[in-house]
Design a protein around this ligand. Structure first.
Ligand SMILES: *[C@@H]1O[C@H](CO)[C@@H](O)[C@H](O)[C@H]1NC(C)=O
Ligand SMILES: *[C@@H]1O[C@H](CO)[C@@H](O)[C@H](O)[C@H]1NC(C)=O
Ligand SMILES: *[C@@H]1O[C@H](CO)[C@@H](O)[C@H](O)[C@H]1NC(C)=O
Ligand SMILES: *[C@@H]1O[C@H](CO)[C@@H](O)[C@H](O)[C@H]1NC(C)=O
Ligand SMILES: *[C@@H]1O[C@H](CO)[C@@H](O)[C@H](O)[C@H]1NC(C)=O
Ligand SMILES: *[C@@H]1O[C@H](CO)[C@@H](O)[C@H](O)[C@H]1NC(C)=O
Ligand SMILES: *[C@@H]1O[C@H](CO)[C@@H](O)[C@H](O)[C@H]1NC(C)=O
Ligand SMILES: *[C@@H]1O[C@H](CO)[C@@H](O)[C@H](O)[C@H]1NC(C)=O
Ligand SMILES: *[C@@H]1O[C@H](CO)[C@@H](O)[C@H](O)[C@H]1NC(C)=O
Ligand SMILES: *[C@@H]1O[C@H](CO)[C@@H](O)[C@H](O)[C@H]1NC(C)=O
Ligand SMILES: *[C@@H]1O[C@H](CO)[C@@H](O)[C@H](O)[C@H]1NC(C)=O
Ligand SMILES: *[C@@H]1O[C@H](CO)[C@@H](O)[C@H](O)[C@H]1NC(C)=O
Length: 813
C-alpha cells in the first residue's frame, strides 16, 4: 500500500486546473466550466447523471440514491444515498439504468465487529449534506450524514473514489463494502466476487437486465484500495452477515424477486483520521480487462492528475462554441453551457468493450433512444464534435452488420425498444447532408437504411419497421394491421406512418446524393404516404362538447381502407382521462403524444401540410392553439419542432417568441429545472440550439434562424478550423427585441429565415438587427425553408464561395 493522498481542498484543486490556457483576451476567451451545472435535471424526473465522467465516457461515478426516480443514479429530491457506483446512463426513462457495483463506507462498525456494519442496500441509506455537494465536469463530491466525505473523478473506464473519514477522538477502523447490485435490482443468478486477502483487490461480475430493452448483459469490475492505514481484514457478506473466513462468493438472485444482498468488504487498521482511495476499473469483457483498464488509466491512484486530465478533455471538447457574456444574466450562460455539457455524457463509447462481436470499428452504446436523439442531440453533436458523430455512425453501421438491423434504441449491450420509426435513418441522413463523408462506408450506410425500408425484421419491437407489406401495398400502416412476417406491438399506426414517411425522406436524400436516382425518386414518393391518413373532414371536440374549431386531422385507417377513429386530443398533455399512450398492447395510434401534436410531424413537406390544414394563417392559428392550450408539452421531444414550424408559414418572429416562452420558463437552472427526462442530452441540445438562434430541422440541411438569446455566438468548426459568428444589433437582455428586422450574411443582405450547414463549416458572419415588433424579414415565399413538394433550386444556391468541404447536399428534388 502506498501512502494516501492528503489533499482534500477542492478550492485549490479547481484553482490549479482552471488557469490552464489564457493566450488571447477577447469576448469569447473565458473558462467555460464555471458555467456548467451538472445538477440541473437531478430532480423532478430529469433523470440526469450529474457525476464525474469524460465526454462519452464509460466510467460514470456518482452517489446513488434510493429515489423512485434514480434513473441517473443521483437525485436531489431529499432521497438518501445507498452507495457509489461507476456505470450510469443519463436522462433516460424506463427502469433505472446500470448503477452496477456500489461501494459504501463506514467509519467503524458497531462494537468493532464486522457484523456491526450494515450490508443490505435496503437498510443502509444515509442522508447527505446538501451544502457539501460539488458537481463540475469530471468531479463530484458529497459529504454523508455520517461525516464521511466522498469525492470522485474518472478516466474512460475507471473511477477513483476518495473516502475521507471524519477525524475521531479514539482510533476507528473504517470498512468499505462492495455490493453486487445495480440501480434496478436486476441482478440475475450467479454473480461472483473475490477479494484478495493481502492486496485487498476485489474482482467480480454479474449479469443484469437492460432498462428499456431485451436480453441481458454481464459487467465486470476490479477494485483496488489505497490508504495510509494498512488492511486489517477483508471477506465477503451475504444479506446482513459478514465473514473474514471466506474470500469468494457466488450468489443466487434468490427466489424472492429481490436479489439477495451480497458482496465483499475490506477493513483498515484504526486511525483517528483515515482516508482511502478506491480505484474501480470496469469492463464488459472480463475481470482481467477491468483490472488492466484501471492499471493502464490510473496507474498510481493520482486523483489530481486524473481530474486535471478530465478537465482538459472537457475544455477541449467544449471549445468550438463560445458566446458573449455581456448584457446577459449569468443564469442564461449556465443554462446554455450546461445544456451543451449534457449532450456529451452519452452515447457512451464502449469501443474495445463489446463482447458481442469482433470488430475494429468503434462501438457506441447508450443510444437511448434514437427516437429522441435524432431531433436535436445528434444534430448538435455534428456541430460541436463531428468526429464523434462519425464514430457513432460507424458503430451503427457495424451494429447493423452484425445484428441485422440498425437500432432505434440501444443500452447496456442490448436492443432497446423501438418507439416509432427506424430513426437511425434520420441520424445517418443528417450526417450525410451535413457532409460527414470521410471515414464512413456510405455504401454500407445506405444498405443499412435501405434494409429498414425494405425488409421487415421478425421482431420489430426491437429494430426496423413493422407492417411493411401494408406499407408497400396500402401506403399507410393500418390500424389492426395483418402482419404475419414480423411481430411487434400493433399500435401507433398514425405515428408510425408519419415516422416511416420521414424515414423514407431521409433515405431519399442519401440516395440522391449517391446518384441512386431511381431509389431517390421512390423514397421521395414514399415520403408522401403520410397524406393517406389525413381525413379532411375530421373535427376535434373537447370531452365537454366544446369544438376546438379546427377541421382536418390525421385518423387511423383500417386494412379495408375505411376510417377508424381516435379523438385528436387523446394522449395530449391535457388528456386527463388515463389514456394508454406508450408501448402497451392496448395503447393509442399515436405514441406518447396526440394526433393534435403529430399533425405537425411532416418535417420535409410543411408546404403540403400547410395547404392541407387550410393555408398559412390557419396553420399559424393551429400552431398557436397547440401551444396556448397546452395540448403539447415541451417535456417530450415531439414538441420540439412545433416551436419553430412558424417559419414555414412566414412567421419566423412567432418561432422566436415561442422559444422565449419555453426558455427559461420550462428549462430552469435548478435541479428540478427540466420539464421531463433529458433523454441523453436531447433536452440539453434543445436549449443550446434554441439559444444559439439556429435550430435544426433534423435530417435536413436546414437551420431555422431566430435571434440568439445571447449578444453574439462564435463557432469554430472542428472540421475546417474556420470561425463563424452570429452577431446581433440592438440585443437586449430583457428579450423585448426578439424580432429580426434585417440580416446580413458576410455583409450581404440575407432575407431567408433559414440557413444551411455551410454557415458552420465555411466561416461566415450572420448579423441580425433586432427590434420589438415582427417585421417583414423572412416572410416571403422565397424566404421559407424548403419543402420536398415545392422545392426547386431556390434556397440552395445562395451560398458564399470557398468552402473547406465538399457539400453533397446540394440536392435538388
Ligand atoms: C494537487 O493539486 C493541488 C493544487 O494544485 C496541489 O496543491 C497538491 O499538492 C496536489 N496534490 C498532489 C498529491 O499532487
Ligand atoms: C487572462 O489574462 C488576462 C489578461 O492578462 C487576465 O486579466 C486574466 O486574469 C487571465 N485569466 C485567467 C483565467 O488567468
Ligand atoms: C479584454 O477584453 C475586454 C473586452 O474587449 C477589454 O475590456 C479588457 O480591457 C481586455 N483586458 C485586457 C487585460 O486586455
Ligand atoms: C436537500 O435538498 C433537497 C432538494 O432540494 C431537499 O428535498 C432536502 O430536504 C434538502 N435537505 C436538507 C437537509 O436541506
Ligand atoms: C454491541 O455491544 C453491546 C454490549 O455488549 C450489545 O448489547 C450489542 O448488541 C452489540 N451490538 C452489535 C451490533 O454487536
Ligand atoms: C448458476 O450456477 C449453478 C451451479 O453451477 C448452475 O447449476 C446454474 O445453472 C447457474 N445458473 C445460471 C442462471 O447460469
Ligand atoms: C493492521 O491490523 C492487522 C490486523 O489486526 C495487524 O496484524 C497489523 O499489524 C496492523 N498493521 C499496522 C500497521 O498496524
Ligand atoms: C489527517 O492526516 C493527514 C495525513 O494523513 C494530516 O495531514 C492531517 O493534518 C490530519 N488531520 C488531523 C485533524 O489529524
Ligand atoms: C453524382 O453525379 C455527379 C454528376 O455526374 C457527380 O459529379 C458526382 O461525383 C456523383 N456523386 C457520386 C457520389 O457518385
Ligand atoms: C371545455 O373545455 C375547454 C378546455 O378545457 C375549455 O376551454 C372550454 O371553455 C370548456 N367549455 C365549456 C362549455 O365548459
Ligand atoms: C372495415 O373494417 C373495420 C374494422 O374491422 C370495420 O369496422 C368496417 O365495418 C369495415 N368497413 C367495411 C366497408 O367493410
Ligand atoms: C485544424 O487545426 C488542427 C489543429 O491545429 C489541425 O490539426 C488540422 O489539420 C486543421 N484542419 C484543417 C482542415 O485545417
Amino acid at each position: 500500500m502506498a501512502r494516501a493522498l492528503t489533499l482534500w481542498s477542492l478550492g485549490s484543486l479547481l484553482g490549479h486546473v482552471v488557469s490552464a490556457s489564457n493566450t488571447t483576451n477577447s469576448t469569447f476567451d473565458y473558462d467555460v466550466l464555471q458555467y456548467i451545472d451538472p445538477l440541473i435535471g437531478t430532480a423532478n424526473g430529469g433523470d440526469v447523471f450529474p457525476g464525474a465522467t469524460l465526454p462519452n465516457g464509460m466510467a460514470k461515478a456518482v452517489a446513488d440514491t434510493n429515489s423512485g426516480s434514480n434513473q441517473g443514479g443521483f437525485t436531489l429530491d431529499g432521497s438518501p444515498i445507498t452507495g457509489f457506483s461507476s456505470m450510469h446512463d443519463s436522462g433516460t426513462g424506463g427502469d433505472p439504468s446500470l448503477g452496477n457495483f456500489a461501494l459504501f463506507p463506514y467509519t467503524s462498525c458497531v462494537n468493532d465487529t464486522i457484523d456491526g456494519c450494515t450490508y443490505p442496500k435496503l437498510s443502509r441509506p444515509v442522508a447527505f449534506d446538501n451544502t457539501s455537494l460539488v458537481a463540475t465536469p469530471g468531479y463530484f463530491a458529497v459529504t454523508l450524514g455520517t461525516g464521511i466525505k466522498v469525492d470522485m473523478t474518472t478516466a474512460q473506464h475507471t473511477s477513483l473514489f476518495r473516502f475521507q473519514f471524519p477525524t475521531t477522538d479514539s482510533p476507528e477502523s473504517p470498512l468499505i463494502l462492495m455490493d453486487l447490485t445495480d440501480l434496478s435490482n436486476s441482478r440475475q443468478d450467479n454473480a461472483t466476487i473475490d477479494v484478495d486477502e493481502s492486496s485487498g483487490r476485489m474482482t467480480g461480475s454479474g449479469r443484469f437486465l437492460p432498462s428499456f430493452g431485451s436480453g441481458d448483459y454481464t459487467s465486470y469490475f476490479c477494485a483496488d484500495f489505497q490508504s495510509a492505514s494498512s488492511i486489517r481484514d477483508n471477506g465477503i457478506f451475504v444479506n446482513s452477515r459478514a465473514t473474514s473466513e471466506a474470500k469468494s462468493l457466488r450468489i443466487s438472485r434468490s427466489i424472492n424477486g429481490y436479489p439477495l444482498p451480497g458482496g465483499a468488504w475490506i477493513r483498515f487498521n484504526a486511525s483517528t483520521n483515515s482516508s482511502v482511495i478506491a480505484r474501480v476499473g470496469i469492463s464488459l469483457i472480463s475481470e482481467n480487462q477491468a483490472c488492466s483498464n484501471a492499471e493502464k488509466e490510473i496507474p498510481s491512484f493520482d486523483f489530481n492528475s486524473t481530474y486535471s486530465a478530465a478537465v482538459s478533455i472537457w475544455r477541449e471538447k467544449l471549445s468550438p462554441i463560445r458566446v458573449s457574456r455581456s448584457a446577459v444574466n449569468e443564469s442564461f450562460l449556465t443554462n446554455f453551457y450546461s445544456g451543451i455539457y449534457r449532450t456529451m455524457i452519452q452515447p457512451q463509447d464502449y469501443t474495445g468493450e463489446n463482447p458481442l462481436w469482433e470488430s475494429s470499428e468503434p462501438y457506441f452504446d447508450s443510444l437511448y433512444c434514437i427516437w429522441d436523439l435524432f431531433r436535436s442531440q445528434m444534430p448538435f453533436m455534428t456541430l460541436i464534435d463531428p468526429a464523434t458523430v462519425t464514430r457513432v455512425i460507424r458503430s451503427l453501421i457495424d451494429t447493423q452488420k452484425h445484428l441485422g438491423w440498425l437500432p432505434d434504441c440501444r443500452m447496456s449491450l442490448c436492443k432497446g425498444y423501438t418507439q416509432g420509426g427506424s430513426n437511425a435513418d434520420n441520424i445517418i441522413a443528417d450526417a450525410y447532408v451535413k457532409g460527414l463523408l470521410d471515414d464512413i462506408d456510405w455504401d454500407a450506410a445506405y444498405a443499412a437504411v435501405q434494409k429498414d425500408a425494405e425488409v421487415e425484421p421478425y421482431d420489430w419491437s426491437n429494430e426496423g419497421r413493422g407492417g411493411l407489406a401494408s406499407w408497400k401495398s396500402l401506403n399507410y400502416i393500418p390500424v389492426q394491421d395483418l402482419d404475419y412476417v414480423g411481430f411487434g406491438t400493433m399500435t401507433r399506426s398514425i405515428s408510425r406512418t408519419l415516422e416511416y414517411s420521414y424515414n423514407d425522406f431521409a433515405i431519399s436524400q442519401i440516395a440522391r446524393g449517391m446518384n441512386k436516382t431511381a431509389d431517390a425518386e421512390k423514397y421521395k414518393q414514399n415520403s408522401a404516404f403520410w397524406q393517406n391518413l389525413f381525413k379532411p373532414d375530421q373535427t376535434s371536440y373537447y370531452t365537454n362538447g366544446t369544438d376546438t374549431g379546427f377541421v382536418g386531422f390525421f385518423q387511423p385507417k383500417y386494412l379495408n381502407q375505411t376510417w377508424g377513429y381516435q379523438d385528436p386530443l387523446m394522449c395530449s398533455n391535457i388528456d386527463t382521462s388515463g389514456s394508454i399512450c406508450s408501448l402497451q398492447n392496448d395503447a393509442a395510434e399515436t405514441f406518447e403524444s396526440s394526433i393534435w401534436e403529430y399533425q405537425f410531424f411532416v418535417p420535409h413537406d410543411m408546404a403540403s401540410l400547410i395547404t392541407l390544414l387550410g393555408g398559412p394563417s390557419t396553420f399559424v392559428k393551429r400552431l398557436d392553439y397547440l401551444h396556448d392550450e397546452q395540448i403539447t408539452y415541451i417535456g417530450n421531444e415531439p414538441a420540439f419542432l412545433t416551436v419553430f414550424q412558424y417559419h414555414y408559414a412566414g412567421r419566423p418572429g412567432k418561432s422566436a417568441s415561442r422559444a422565449h416562452y419555453y426558455i427559461p420558463g420550462y428549462f430552469q437552472v435548478s435541479p428540478d429545472g427540466l420539464p421531463g427526462n433529458d433523454d441523453s442530452g436531447t433536452m440539453g441540445a434543445f436549449v443550446a440550439m434554441s439559444m444559439m438562434g439556429l435550430f435544426p430541422n433534423p435530417a435536413q440541411n436546414v437551420y431555422f434562424i431566430i435571434p440568439p438569446f445571447l449578444e453574439s455566438v462564435q463557432y469554430k468548426s472542428p472540421l475546417t478550423n474556420r470561425t463563424s459568428t452570429i452577431k446581433t444589433v440592438n440585443f437586449d437582455a430583457d428579450y423585448k427585441n426578439i424580432y429580426i428586422q434585417s440580416a446580413t450574411l458576410n455583409g450581404q443582405p440575407y432575407t431567408k429565415n433559414w440557413i444551411d450547414h455551410s454557415f458552420f463549416t465555411d466561416g461566415m458572419e450572420l448579423v441580425l438587427t433586432l427590434g420589438r415588433n415582427e417585421s417583414t424579414w423572412g416572410t416571403r415565399d422565397a424566404d421559407l425553408p424548403p419543402s420536398v413538394s415545392t422545392q426547386s433550386t431556390s434556397g440552395l444556391e445562395q451560398r458564399s464561395a470557398g468552402s473547406g468541404l465538399v457539400h453533397p447536399y446540394n440536392v435538388v428534388f
